[in-house]
Design a protein around this ligand. Structure first.
Ligand SMILES: NC(=O)c1ccc[n+]([C@@H]2O[C@H](COP(=O)([O-])OP(=O)(O)OC[C@H]3O[C@@H](n4cnc5c(N)ncnc54)[C@H](OP(=O)(O)O)[C@@H]3O)[C@@H](O)[C@H]2O)c1
Length: 249
């Protein structure tokens, strides 16, 4: 597959695996030089970069813990330097753990808020000076079905993702019109995050979804790539639910 000439840079947090890796590949196909961020899966991140390069695209793998404001700033600066600018930021990192309120410690809570919500604030703030230099730019936050329907096994995740929707709308208001800010809210998607429950009961999960199946990461990535395009300039402050119909607004 051949890529268009380099348009600008894009940062995708948590792109070594799952949905983030698929988003990185799609943005590279749209002509972006992609910063493939990871925390501990360095080899997997390098495989994502190699696969993008095999298709004729450009990418770099950058280790940064998105819970660390300084590390995020450094990553964003490296990406902008590598690709001569930064036009797209995808806040994709998310971590979820099963826990009841009884078992959930304040440290667990703070960690979930840091990785699912504060990370997006840090990255948006770090990216802003670069995004402002572009003729138009995009911030896309990956939320979750749980932001809308809650969770009986992860209050910290559902609350953090709901917070991400508030961040999305507020940044959309503040940064309009040149920078659009939207959220994509996936339902069950086949990644490491859902591997155990899909191995245990995929049929049961699928039977509760009107689409009768879970999503593949590429489906989420194609929507993100559209929101990242110039054609999506009239969409801002929105949450696009991509969940096979399991929740309808
Ligand atoms: N899968 C689903 O069914 C589903 C449903 C709704 C929403 N989502 C959301 O979609 C997004 C992607 O989910 P996924 O299922 O693709 O996740 P995943 O397969 O568990 O991958 C998580 C990615 O985030 C990275 N990461 C985790 N903590 C990090 C940190 N502190 N700093 C930097 N990178 C970090 C991981 O890097 P390493 O590889 O280095 O650990 C990995 O690349 C998340 O926001 C998730 O909440 C997923």
């Amino acid at each position: 597959m051949s890529h268009s000439p380099l348009v600008s840079g894009a940062v995708v947090t948590g792109a070594s695996r799952g949905i983030g890796a698929a988003i990185a590949a799609e943005l590279a196909r749209s002509g972006y030089g992609v910063c493939v961020n990871y925390l501990s899966s360095g080899a997997a991140a390098e495989r994502v970069v190699a696969s993008i390069e095999r298709e004729g695209g450009r990418a770099i793998a950058v280790r940064a813990d998105v819970r660390d404001d300084a590390a995020v700033r450094e990553m964003v600066a490296d990406a902008a330097e590598a690709f001569g600018g930064l036009r797209v930021l995808v806040n994709n990192v998310g971590t979820s753990a099963h826990a009841t309120l009884d078992a959930l410690s304040p440290a667990d809570w703070n960690n979930a808020i840091a990785s699912n919500l504060s990370s997006a604030f840090y990255a948006a703030k770090a990216a802003l000076p670069y995004l402002r230099r572009e003729p138009w730019a995009r911030i896309i936050n990956i939320a979750s079905l749980r932001a809308m329907i809650g969770s009986d096994h992860g209050v910290q995740y559902a609350a953090a993702k709901a917070g991400l929707l508030g961040l999305t709308k507020s940044l959309a208001l503040e940064l309009a019109p040149a920078i659009t800010v939207n959220a994509v809210s996936p339902g069950y998607t086949r990644t490491d995050m859902t591997r155990a429950s899909l191995e245990r009961e995929e049929e049961k999960i699928a039977s509760r979804i009107p689409a009768r199946r879970v999503a593949e990461p590429r489906e989420i990535a194609r929507l993100v790539a559209f929101l990242a395009s110039e054609d999506a300039g009239y969409i801002t402050g929105q949450t696009i639910n991509q969940n096979g119909g399991i929740y309808m607004q």
